[in-house]
Design a protein around this ligand. Structure first.
Ligand SMILES: Nc1ncnc2c1ncn2[C@@H]1O[C@H](COP(=O)(O)OP(=O)(O)OP(=O)(O)O)[C@@H](O)[C@H]1O
Length: 270
């Protein structure tokens, strides 16, 4: 469903060149919940923003549902983006609009009929558990409720892909868990492919089918192998990275685990 082929992204700050992404290759199968984890500055946001072309890669291909987004005109890209929903750490709701009006916005912009909007938004609010908040303004919602509105809004155009940019980082642990459960339910019910970036290993543990680790703009490990390396086999040295504290990880030795994983893990908890 998502193919990222040989993607590079270079930012320039004056004369300084920042290689935010280097030779990224990632294939995410339809229906998968795929997590990318990495430390601050590793390139997570840049990567996810390249998937819907909020950032254009410097080189490489981004293919979503068979369409290479890097080759599209502006209007073709707007059309293709309907297939890609996105949610953010800080929700990005419009404070002057009610819950209903926030969710309805993409449908209004797409010129949908009033009756379609009414039915669609009502169904989505039911799905995210906010049917009773339709006329409430964002200022009167909790963080978890705001993220539910953002999820409903992201789903309004029936996307095939949902991008989650640190979607639970501003939430407390219990609310995080309830949002992750909702995302799982949406993945199961609607078969939406999800790419989520996070710096929280608990998020990866509780929701992702596959995982990649990003460090210094490079994918250092990926796939279910990583998940089993990092999560399911407590005897491996690398597992300290996931299940235990930085201190415990630092007490392990480099010996016995792949150097790339060790380096990425060290950076994550540095
Ligand atoms: N618009 C920009 N201009 C210049 N450099 C940028 C820009 N956006 C990101 N960078 C740089 O690219 C690198 C990757 O940044 P990115 O925001 O993708 O990392 P991240 O893993 O998402 O970090 P965080 O978890 O702190 O948000 C960093 O060195 C960052 O400073």
């Amino acid at each position: 469903m998502i193919e990222i082929n040989q993607v590079n992204k270079v930012f320039y700050q004056g004369a300084k060149e920042i290689n935010a992404l280097a030779d990224i290759n990632l294939h995410i199968a339809e229906g998968t919940i795929f997590g990318v984890i990495g430390a601050s500055g590793a390139g997570k946001s840049t990567l996810i923003r390249c998937v819907n072309m909020l950032e254009a890669p410097t080189s490489g291909e981004v293919i979503v549902d068979g369409v290479d987004l890097t080759k599209l005109s502006k209007s073709e890209l707007s059309e293709a983006r309907r297939n890609i929903g996105m949610i953010f750490q800080h929700f990005n709701l419009l404070s002057s609009r009610t819950v209903f009006e926030n969710v309805a916005l993409p449908l209004e912009l797409a010129g949908k009929e009033r009756s379609h909007i009414e039915t669609k938004v009502t169904d989505l609010l039911k799905l995210v558990g906010l049917a009773d908040k339709r006329d409430t303004y964002p200022a009167n919602l909790s963080g978890g409720q705001k993220q539910r509105v953002a999820i409903a809004r992201a789903l309004s155009s029936d996307p095939k892909v949902l991008l989650c940019d640190e979607a639970t980082s501003a939430l407390d642990p219990a609310t995080t868990q309830s949002i992750l459960e909702l995302l799982k339910e949406i993945n199961r019910k609607l078969k939406i492919t999800m790419l989520l970036i996070t710096h929280e290993m608990d998020v990866v543990k509780s929701i992702c089918h596959e995982v990649a680790i990003i460090g210094d703009g490079r994918l250092v490990e990926k796939g279910t192998v990583v998940k089993s390396l990092l999560i399911q086999k407590p005897s491996l040295h690398t597992n300290s990275f996931v299940q235990h504290s930085t201190y415990r990880f630092q007490k392990t030795t480099k010996q016995g685990c792949k150097l790339s994983v060790w380096k990425a893990a060290t950076r994550l908890f540095a």
